[in-house]
Design a binder for this molecule. Structure first.
Ligand code: PEP
Ligand code: MG
Length: 608
């Protein structure tokens, strides 16, 4: 049968461009291969003349795809078309969602003792003697074959993935599982696995993916443990600051049962899986040259300032203890007050809403203390296949049930966000092309169905509908008339629905008095507005617009001054602790931020 496959099966291809500055790295690759494996067809990726199996993590990783690289994805055989569309969509979502950290800003600190500088992994303050990472190898009785041990480890990783699915860290376990599945297939003994891993690690050395070497080591260790060869990490009984070249991601979980006060690693990177898990565990940690750190007496790890105080004076110790206390209190305080309103010192209440992308994040936002949804990015519903009216209605209804005040933004594709069933011809400047509200012109049927679903779900509820990328009053008017026609056609009363616009195209800054006549509200999208004010593409690898530029604040001020309808802000600037005071002083009364920023945003407002 196989022989005839190519004769009868179609081969389909598409070009995919890596847009994340982190490249196409292990976690997104693992998500990609997991989906690829769900299809019966062959899936390959071709880059610089090399074609690899795109169902295998290590093969796909071997292409070392970096930002701006374009590769060809090919599907062939049963479900080729379905697979191509689904994978293309997933890839684009993965690229968009792949926000990794470049650096964490340091605060200044003055210590008397000699300090060693480092890069911050996770902020906090730890005081304790330093202790060097040590292990002990234990040989237990083994009853498993090599293949059983691989399967056992894969199952354990899958279980971890399932239980952590709601957190951002779950993909780490999926990535390790996929990696092991791909490597395990090629080996029959632990020795073969070890030598393969050594070879793979060697290839990664010095590349952008070198931080993934620990993932290879981690899975090797886990299989060895399953075979009875346990490498046990020895931790001190009392408080300690752990010094190591690097840690395996799986070792971070072990730290939670110890008295660890901080971690200094010599060789990890800020986006390694180890670093991500350290941040998730809130363990103060730093990347620094551990060989310079003295052992035995107390040191200070001030990872807020990005420093290790090697020989602290008694004043330094006092300072660090006070900082530690303050830090703990601030965090606990902000978290404990996350459900309270945020009131400035002058008694003005500022509403803190959430920007969410799906039903789950709306639920998380509720838990984090959001008072409403300032921006529902409805793109989440529009994936590889067009969602049905019922699916859309159900999702909106669930979110409307969670919050009383929800602003739904109509589909904002185009620019850097593509959908397989929305055919926007290739554009030279997609950020200046068909995107946002301009889709009303090119794809009315999709918008009509979306509005129908929103209206059905909103019955009896106070819902706001917001159009993205509006640049003229006519555009808004046409979109609103279109919406009304949809309601009329389906006989739905929408008199309770407000219609507004995102302020994100600079032309709107000069049209506020005219918009005042027709819109019910404004929401300022500083992400795009800043991009368009400075003519710098949001995803550009080299150019970066200054989010805190006075130009941005002048733009905001002019909107707030002229607007006679409520104005909120939903761009990233709303959660920037260096901007909040200015935003409040400009007169903005609703800040919409990502769910994880709610407690901190409220607390910052309380100090304005
Ligand atoms: C914005 O542009 O500021 C915004 C909130 O929208 P998005 O980031 O989804 O484009
Ligand atoms: Mg925008």
């Amino acid at each position: 049968m196989k022989r005839f496959k190519n004769l009868f099966s179609k081969s389909l291809s598409t070009q995919l461009k890596v847009t994340s500055s982190n490249g196409f790295h292990l976690r997104p690759v693992a998500r990609f291969t997991t989906l690829a494996k769900a299809f019966g067809c062959d899936v390959t990726a071709t880059f610089k003349g090399k074609t690899v199996d795109a169902k295998k993590v290590n093969s796909l990783l071997s292409l070392s795809l970096e930002k701006n690289d374009t590769f060809i994805l090919t599907t062939q055989g049963k479900e080729a078309q379905k697979a191509l569309i689904a994978l293309q969509t997933l890839f684009e979502t993965l690229m968009q969602d792949d926000v990794e950290i470049s650096t964490i800003e340091k605060e200044t600190a003055n210590y008397e003792g000699e300090t060693l500088e480092g890069d911050i992994i996770a902020k906090g303050v730890g005081i304790a003697p330093a202790s060097v990472y040590k292990t002990e190898t234990l040989q237990h009785k083994n009853t498993l074959t090599f293949q059983d041990a691989v399967d056992k480890t894969i199952n354990a990783l899958e279980k971890m993935y399932d239980t952590q699915k709601k957190s951002n860290n779950a993909d780490i376990y999926l990535a390790q599982k996929e990696l092991l599945a791909a490597l395990g297939e090629k080996c029959d003994t632990i020795e073969e696995l070890e030598s393969l891993i050594e070879k793979e690690s060697h290839k990664l050395q010095g590349t952008k993916l070198s931080a993934k070497i620990t993932d290879y080591q981690d899975i090797l260790q886990q299989v060895k443990t399953a075979l009875g060869l346990e490498v046990k990490v020895m931790f001190p009984q009392d408080d300690f600051i752990l010094l190591a070249d690097d840690l395996l991601p799986s070792e971070i979980a072990l730290l939670s049962d110890t008295q660890v006060q901080g971690v200094v690693l010599k060789e990890t990177s800020i986006n390694s899986h180890t670093a991500i898990l350290l941040r998730a565990s809130s363990i103060p940690s730093l990347i620094a040259d551990t060989s310079q750190i003295p052992l035995s007496s107390d040191i200070i790890l001030d990872s807020i300032a990005g420093a290790v105080v090697l020989h602290p004076s008694s004043d330094d110790m006092q300072k660090a203890k006070a900082l530690q206390e303050q830090n703990k209190k601030d965090k606990a305080h902000a978290a404990s007050k996350r459900f309270d309103h945020a009131q400035t010192t002058q008694g003005k209440t500022i509403k803190v809403y959430a920007n969410v992308g799906d039903v789950l994040s709306a639920k998380v936002a509720k838990e984090e203390g959001a008072e409403g949804i300032g921006l529902l990015r409805s793109e989440f519903l529009f994936k590889s296949t067009k969602p049905s009216l019922e699916t859309q209605t159900k999702a909106y209804a669930e979110i409307f049930d969670t919050f009383e005040d929800v602003t739904v933004r109509t589909l904002d594709v185009g620019g850097d966000k593509a959908l397989p069933y929305i055919n926007i011809p290739l554009e030279d400047n997609p950020f200046l092309g068909v995107r946002g509200v301009r889709l009303f012109r090119t794809h009315p049927e999709i918008l009509a169905e979306q509005l129908h679903a929103i209206f059905l779900a909103s019955q009896g509820k106070k819902v706001k509908v917001m159009f993205p990328m509006v640049s003229t009053v006519e555009e808004f008017n046409k979109a609103k008339i279109f919406a009304k026609e949809v309601a009329q056609k389906h006989n739905i009363d929408i008199s309770h629905i407000d219609f507004g616009i995102m302020i994100e195209v600079p032309s709107t800054l000069f049209l506020i008095s005219a918009f005042n006549e027709v819109v019910d509200f404004y929401s300022i999208g500083t992400n795009d507005l800043t991009q368009y004010l400075f003519a710098i593409e949001r995803t550009h690898p080299l150019l970066k617009a200054d989010a805190l530029s006075p130009v941005v604040f002048l733009a905001l001020e002019s909107v707030v001054k002229q607007a006679t309808k409520p104005v909120s802000i939903c761009g990233e600037l709303a959660a920037n602790t260096d901007a909040i005071e200015k935003l409040v002083n400009l007169g903005l009364e609703t800040l919409s931020v990502s769910p994880k920023s709610i407690a901190q945003t409220k607390e910052t407002i309380r100090h304005v």
